[in-house]
Write a protein that binds this ligand. Sequence first.
Ligand code: ASP
Length: 430
Amino acid sequence: MRKLALHWQILIAIVLAGIAGYAIFEYRGSTGIEPGIFGVEFVAIFGYVGDLFLNALKMIIVPLITSSIIVGVAGIGSGGNLGALGGKTLLFYATTTLAAILIGLFVINAIGPGYNSDGEPARDELAFTASAEEVAAKVGDKDASDVAEIFLRMIPENVVQAAADGQMLGLIFFAILFGYFMTHLSHDFAEPLFRFWNGVFHVMMRMTEWIMMFAPLGVFGLVGRVIAEAGLKAAGPLAVFAVAVLIALSLHALVTLPLLLRFVGRVSPVKTIIGASQAMLTAFSTASSSATLPVTIECVEDRIGVSNKISSFVLPLGATVNMNGTALYECAAALFLAQAYGLELTFGVQFTIVTIALMTSIGVAGVPSASLVAIAIILGAIGLPVEAIGVLMVFDRILDMCRTSINIWGDVCCATIIARLEGEETKVAL
Ligand code: ASP
């Protein structure tokens, strides 16, 4: 019998986890008893299995980011066109992120989820529930000056500590410099360094393939826990907001990016999305762009056929810097809360939201719920109380899963288009 492709296995695991998780949620609701086996709660078992998988993915992030960026930059730099490729990549990232934000802005303005059926701010309906302490614990005290702070961390005082703390922007900056200056060494020094880092990179990719064999199990645990804990909560304006975000994300993922693929990259959007499916499903289950990075690289190289030269530079950078879904969500969430609070949505307010969403989406880490911190910064900047963020937590996990998939889809599209612009054939060309 032919083995079922991994992305189908993962998809089936997600569906089964949804059913199992919901059954647990309902059982707890109707009997008041937490179901389990041999005295261990099912939720704890799910969490344990999920965390094992997540830890395994996270384990390879630091060596993977370091080695792939060094190899990528040194490889491109020795050909002398690092500036051109880097410029193209950043331009593409900035444009797609801005497009995503504007779609979010448009959809939330059009649907107005922050208003009740009488067109009044839905402040009372939302009954901004979470206590101030809960929110503070999650996001701390943030305001606009924290945007500057994010970029200050780009140049880390201590690169080992930056890696240990998950400050990927710092690690990326260091790796870019390292790779760049490697190309300035004499051949005797440069050659062994290049072989070493290339070897590390290949080992990391092999490890990824091996870890991914456990993905269906890990994904089952991660998704099962979320559904078992939160159920499928739906509450008036919040549900409308969630749907509005999903519409906006879909517009970006299924219209903007495919148009770019088709007309700028001259590739088949359908073939590309099929090639990216494993990475997008992993992103959906882990809600972390960083944890998904190894899988993204594998999909883009093996299934889409982008060269290692391009993918090893564009993707690790994109996992932290290019977050289309996150940027869209930040803008949508801030605007929604502003509507619900009855804040006058002047051009200035909307401009502030768009600008800070763009900048923070570059700076936030690719980990679950990272957007909440950025939204806190935006709320501070437009003068809303940070506590308002509490209501977003109801749906945050599920929306996080969706926006992270779109973050990854944006990275995949960029890598594919850049490869085409660099004259590569790929496996998805028209
Ligand atoms: N979870 C997202 C990611 O890793 C970041 C966020 O929007 O919270 O890409």
